[in-house]
Design a protein around this ligand. Structure first.
Ligand code: NAP
Length: 488
């Protein structure tokens, strides 16, 4: 099938309504909104625009389904996740095309995300049967302590546009494995991948009411009443820190359990003893994956003065050679930014740095449209006062700054309110451990530019949030601990 035929096929097949209680239906008000292709600015399809009534109907369905789902044998829940994993992999080309159309990333990047997203379902299909408790003797020998772990209950998930499927499966996999039901609100810029996934989960046997999806252009108005509803037990959010703070405040009313995967400002630190070839490869990956629109994207490069020129020149050469274009085209490595507002933000950060004295080593400006393209950019001699060293760039821009000592590198890396991930390149083992221990982050890429892995606990510290997704820790977010004091 040609790419154009595949485009037509996936758009014709994608569901565009709300999914509530096992049924696809229009929103209560019958409204819709358009989903745009960021590489052309054209509307792809119209999707139902739900509101608070729809979200509360979704919570009704999730609440009704909760007890049966929690009582469903964990093996059975795990097998639904496993079948879904296999179906996603079998359909990865179609799903990748859909993701590229709505989000803009190159097809290879979409295939990468689809596999990563599916892998969370595989991982948690395996974890579902390993939820355990413990039985111990009281230290005084008189009684016994029984500890059990039970599903938290109905959850609300709010996810961002940048990884339209994986940010969902990182939450859905552990929630379903633990026995929780869900109301899901995907981002209005990229709802299609989540709708396609919902269809597959349904096809693979997920019972009605276990997953309910509400798309909307009014995120706050639609989710607010759900967060205020005493039937909800948990809120898990992935997105920006300012929105996360507002949601935490709202969640405090019901003292909800909360997980927050928020913004980042990742430092990428290159010591003089680093393998420079590996550091440049890692830098390209950490910066350019997802067009720089990743919470884990390297936001600033701190490079030892003795190697900074070599490193910067090589990085600039690599980024300058990357093919920019519509993600569906052959060989494209860099797609458009998600929308004009995002491009304006990148433009203003680069202009600010340049006016403060930074030197443009490659790129440095927006590219002709249609679509929201921005040239892969490397900036040298970036002064401390440049905003892009403190703010999340979320675009293909790499600012490089020099350091002279290990202490200076650590202090610069930690000089941010964020604490999601840091990348560290060194061939000195002692330094690697010393610096890793001193970094105020939830994750470290040690001589590698990618940390995302379903088998690992993903998450941040400081204003990058709390809670972990993936790994053995991921399922704990969806389990309550109950202890029983047993009298003998
Ligand atoms: P965002 O603006 O915070 O939006 C995230 C989600 O929250 C979207 O579904 C959005 O809905 C919804 N939302 C916005 N305002 C809301 C409100 N008042 N009440 C309830 N929901 C609300 O973030 P974004 O621009 O989509 O994503 C980029 C940010 O996410 C970056 O800061 C990035 O670092 C962060 N991120 C973090 C991680 C991580 O794991 N730590 C992963 C990916 C992204 P609409 O879009 O429909 O308005």
């Amino acid at each position: 099938m040609t790419d154009t035929a595949l485009e037509t096929k996936v758009l014709a097949g994608v569901p565009t309504q709300l999914f509530i209680g096992g049924t696809w239906r229009d929103g209560a008000k019958g409204r819709t909104f358009g989903v745009e292709d960021p590489s052309t600015g054209k509307t792809l399809v119209q999707v139902s625009d739900g509101d608070a009534d729809d979200a509360l109907a979704a919570l009704d369905a999730a609440t009704q389904a909760q007890a049966d789902w929690a009582a469903t044998p964990s093996r059975q829940r795990g097998e639904i996740l496993r079948r879904t994993y296999e179906t996603i992999i079998a359909r990865q080309d179609e799903l990748a095309m859909l993701m590229t159309l709505e989000m803009g990333k190159p097809l290879s990047g979409s295939v990468g995300e689809i596999r990563y997203a599916a892998d969370f379902l595989r991982w948690f299909s395996e974890e579902a049967v390993r939820v355990d408790g413990r039985y111990t003797a009281e230290p005084n020998g008189n009684g016994r302590l029984l500890v059990m772990r039970q599903p938290v209950g109905p959850c609300l998930f709010i996810t961002p546009w940048n990884f339209p499927m994986a940010m969902g499966t990182r939450k859905l996999g552990p929630a379903f494995a633990a026995g929780c039901t869900v109301v899901m609100k995907p981002a209005d810029l990229t709802p299609l991948s989540m709708l396609a996934l919902t269809n597959i989960l349904h096809e693979c046997g997920l019972p009605p009411g276990v997953l309910n999806v509400v798309t909307t252009t009014d995120a706050g108005g639609t989710t607010g009443p759900v967060i205020a509803d005493p039937r909800l037990r948990k809120l898990s959010f992935t997105g920006s820190t300012p929105v996360g703070k507002r949601l935490m405040a709202a969640a405090s009313e019901q003292v909800l359990r909360v997980s927050m995967e928020l913004g980042g400002n990742a430092p990428f630190v290159v010591f003089p003893d680093a393998d420079l070839d590996a550091a440049v490869d890692g830098a390209v990956e950490a910066k350019m994956r997802n067009i720089g629109e990743a919470c884990t994207a390297a936001n600033r490069f701190h490079v030892h003065r003795s190697v900074i020129q070599d490193f910067s020149e090589r990085l600039a050469k690599r980024l300058a050679a990357m093919k920019v274009g519509r993600g569906t085209e052959d060989g494209v490595e860099v797609g458009p930014l998600i929308e004009e507002k995002a491009r304006q933000k990148v433009r203003s950060l680069v202009d600010d740095a340049v006016s403060a004295g930074a030197k443009v080593l490659t790129g440095g400006g927006a590219l002709d449209g249609p679509g929201y393209f921005y040239a892969p950019t490397v900036l040298g001699e970036v002064p401390d006062r440049a905003r892009l060293l403190r703010e999340e760039i979320f675009g293909p821009v790499a600012p490089v700054v020099a350091f002279d000592s290990e202490e200076e590198a650590i202090s610069a890396a930690n000089a941010t309110e964020f604490g999601l991930v840091a990348y560290l390149y060194t061939s000195d083992f002692s330094r690697a451990l010393r610096v890793t221990e001193a970094l105020e982050v939830g994750m470290v890429g040690l001589n590698q530019g990618l940390v995302s892995n379903p088998a690992a606990p993903f998450g941040g510290v400081k204003q990058s949030g709390f809670g972990r997704e993936g790994g053995r820790e991921g399922i704990d977010e969806y389990l309550n601990v109950k202890y029983v004091a047993v009298h003998l």
